[in-house]
Design a binder for this molecule. Structure first.
Ligand code: ADP
Length: 232
């Protein structure tokens, strides 16, 4: 069974549909990138997957041991207060479920801090980190909330090219070495087709879903790549 199955799922605000009749299956081990122009419904779909918005018709179902509350979520940087008055450790450990940290939570937070190479900065103020370091801390936080699926909302937005490359490498490591399923929202179609193994392109009139190769040869992909990317 798929981790997440959307069947003809329609999400709307005040009766106006934004994501329409979406069929989507997210399988364990996939790396799915969701692209689309501003206003195409990417954030709305994120809210739908997180259970913050219910479909007005159709369904979103969870399987293969995944519960909706066990998605590791990295929000858009614009939603994060960059001067949030907390230490790196406090931000990471806030990703562990439950009101109190038990020994298992403590170990998990330590492990994820190390995995993101941020353990030596554990007592540093979150507000004093660079943008890339803040993203690593927030990734460690997201990792505390999940064993299987990371939902990353524009993880490289606002980062310089070098840090962007590092962030893509970290996400690839989590996918390939840690076996995590990745769902990433991105504006960077070029990178999406290089990093992900599935592409979902949302538009106001419908959606494309398929492999990067199929995407490059689809009308939407050809419109972006100009039909010149026949190599694979
Ligand atoms: P994207 O993330 O692709 O930029 P969004 O999902 O944020 O797109 O928005 C899709 C559409 O839904 C836009 O037309 C936006 O104005 C509208 N929208 C988003 N949030 C709300 C809301 N809370 N209430 C009403 N309309 C909304």
């Amino acid at each position: 069974m798929s981790l997440i199955t959307c069947e003809k799922a329609t999400f709307a605000y005040e009766g106006v549909p934004v994501v329409k009749e979406l069929d989507l299956q997210i399988e364990k081990g996939q790396y799915l990138c969701i692209v689309g122009e501003n206003g195409s419904g990417k954030s709305t779909l994120v809210k739908g997957l997180l259970g913050l918005l219910k479909p007005v018709s159709g369904s979103v179902a969870f399987g293969d041991g995944l519960h909706q509350t066990e998605i590791g979520y990295l929000p858009q940087r614009s939603e994060i207060q960059p001067d949030f008055p907390a230490s790196v450790w406090e931000v990471v450990s806030s990703g562990c479920h439950g009101l109190w940290m038990n020994a298992r939570h403590q170990r998990m937070a330590e492990e994820n801090l190390r995995l993101m190479s941020m353990d030596r900065l554990r007592n540093r103020s979150f507000a004093r980190l660079s943008g890339g370091q803040q993203q690593r801390v927030l990734l460690a936080r997201a990792l505390c909330a999940t064993k299987s699926l990371l939902l990353l909302d524009e993880p490289v937005a606002g980062l310089d090219p070098l840090v962007t490359r590092e962030m893509y490498d970290v996400i690839r490591m989590l996918h390939e070495e840690k076996g995590l399923t990745i769902v990433m929202i991105s504006h960077d179609i070029q990178a999406a087709t290089q990093e992900a193994d599935r592409i979902l392109h949302l538009t106001s009139t419908g959606s494309f879903y398929g492999t990067p190769f199929e995407y490059r040869h689809s009308p939407l992909g050809v419109a972006f790549f100009g039909g010149c990317c026949c190599h694979e």
